[in-house]
Design a protein around this ligand. Sequence first.
Ligand SMILES: [Zn+2]
Length: 254
Amino acid sequence: MADLTWVEVRDAIRLGAGVMLPIGSTEQHGPHLPLATDSLLASSLCLAVAQSVNMLVAPAITYGYRSRPLTGGGQGFVGTTSLRGETLMAMIRDVLREFLRQGFERLVVLNWHYENSNFVYEAAFEALEPHSVAKARIVVFEHGLGKLSDQTVAKVFGGSFPGLAIEHAATYETSLMLHLHPELVHFERAVDDQSARRPWYDVIPTPDAFVSKSGVLWKATEASPEKGKLLWSEIVPQVQEGIVTELDPTQAGK
Ligand SMILES: [Zn+2]
């Protein structure tokens, strides 16, 4: 969308185009992945489906909510640059209201940063509230993953998926980055790591034992571009199907 002129965007809206808003973070992703990893993966996923569902991809929200030690390493790392929840929600809400003002009726919010999840839903809810009588509709992907098949889980993770919370800068994200943006991955620096303690609750201020030294929360060295390709081949169609089901252009306004 940012590469288009306003005239082109206006004409696209007239032809029923929707808009996708990728949401990521600027956050440490271990010694081997760039700070932009979440924003890049959110944008890549939007770009992978946009054309087939008649959507433009808006410039990403590249800052996210506070990194938490047990799901993102925490705020102790240089480079992790985060927003308070209210700032993030205000930014997403304002951007979505701008899209609604411009006439978009089919909207998608796609988040890749684990800690953003509920804030993204709340912002989308608030954005649409004053327009609740309008035709507009927003599909919220709080994360970019529906479900992985048993075969893929076996091939990529050797049996069971550890979960998105712990798969930070580990096999899942590293494999996807090796597949999509290999020039940004320093795979020779990848390590397997974990925090000394990982309870089911959280503590403030952050105990040192909750923080992994490298910023990797699980196994990064088992990543590969082949695993990334396989994961991507399951992730992309699920997002596409969700959009077609909820925002089919032929169903607009019904
Ligand atoms: Zn990430």
